[in-house]
Design a protein around this ligand. Structure first.
Ligand code: UDP
Ligand code: MG
Length: 325
């Protein structure tokens, strides 16, 4: 029996013209090695997902698909964002593969643990998380914000794997499970543990981006973190409720105090505390309304059920004949 795996590697690319040649070269080399070891079969593919890039990304991918049968390309009709592009890629390949690995185009994640991931898959694991050993190559800023983010997520009761981003292997049935999540606000590293099945981790050192710039500026990072929390946890809303309760108790105490002042004839002096309470309550209300609004905004997006991505082309797709081989 042929035990070699039909592996698809899904690589989201947004304006990655500077890295694509090197990335595909290294991946093809690795694919060659894994094939000669009999780990993966000839139907295995490296699938580059062009997330509506403005540079030459798609034409490079297109050329690569012509030169190498192992390379396939998916083009999204517009920029859908990293998580959507990744999800789109995985859903596009899931029916052609035994398992799929997602990895960033800049190869900051070490591709040399891919064989280990595949071996874990053969050992019966459905999800294999790629986990960073250390974060030496990240800037101090990125490191501390990342650690803070994981801590905050845990505090809010969201189960995510520490130091794991979106470098992971998922089996076909895990992908089928993921396909059943119909939410629009994607936060894959929070969703995958919810799918379940047996999972394990492999460890690697994270490199620096070898070319090009990060597509995750601070603004995107913060909105990603905020999305992660509000998509997965209602504890912010509970905290507001608890805060509201405390404020109510204080308000009662203030009322008693004001009444006593009135009776003993010192009412005029209450102006300052009154003004303070008005402002305080006003602030709390605004904050609460804003937060509730955030959730309502999410509900609004969910009920619209807009497509997460629209594929414009799928080049070098495994043919029907090849599939049934
Ligand atoms: N990416 C994407 N769509 C976007 C932004 C980023 O597909 O809108 C891809 C990008 O090409 C890369 C991956 O997501 O392959 C991670 O981006 P990046 O390396 O810039 O993030 P960082 O490593 O700095 O967090
Ligand atoms: Mg990167």
């Amino acid at each position: 029996m042929d035990k070699s795996v039909n592996l698809y590697v899904v690589v989201p690319c947004y304006n990655e013209e500077a890295v694509l040649h090197e990335t595909s070269k290294r991946m093809l080399e690795l694919f060659g090695n894994m094939k000669s070891e009999g780990l993966i079969n000839d139907k295995s593919r490296i699938v580059f997902v062009d997330d509506g890039s403005r540079d030459k990304t798609w034409s490079i991918i297109n050329d690569l698909t012509k030169e190498h049968t192992e390379i396939a390309g998916v083009k999204l009709a517009k920029n859908a964002g990293h998580q959507n592009a990744l999800f789109g890629g995985l859903m596009t390949v899931k029916d052609s593969c035994d398992c799929a690995i997602s990895i960033d185009a800049d190869l900051q994640d070490d591709i040399n643990v891919i064989p280990e991931m595949v071996k874990n898959y053969l050992d019966g694991y459905d999800v294999v998380y790629g986990v960073r050993n250390k974060r030496d190559t990240d800037t101090f800023f990125k490191r501390t914000t990342a650690v803070g983010f994981y801590k905050l997520m845990h505090l809010m009761g969201v189960n995510i794997v520490f130091n794991h981003a979106d470098y992971r292997l998922m089996s076909k049935r895990a992908l089928d499970g993921l396909a059943q999540f119909h939410e629009r606000n994607l936060f894959l590293r929070g969703m995958v543990p919810l799918v379940g099945y047996r999972s394990t981790s492999v460890y690697y050192d994270r490199n620096e981006r070898f070319a090009g710039e990060s597509k995750y500026p601070l603004k995107k990072m913060l909105s990603f973190a905020f999305d992660g929390i509000t998509s997965f946890s209602i504890s912010p809303i509970r905290m507001i409720s608890a805060f509201g309760a405390v404020v109510c108790v204080i308000a009662v105490a203030m009322a008693v105090y004001a009444l006593v002042q009135k009776i003993i004839g010192h009412a005029g002096a209450g102006w300052a505390s009154l003004m303070m309470s008005i402002w305080f309550i006003g602030g709390v209300q605004l904050l609460s309304v804003g937060l509730i609004g955030e959730y309502i905004g999410k509900l609004y997006k969910e009920v619209k059920r807009r497509p997460r991505y629209i594929i414009e082309a799928y080049v070098n797709e495994t043919s029907e004949a090849e599939k049934s081989e």
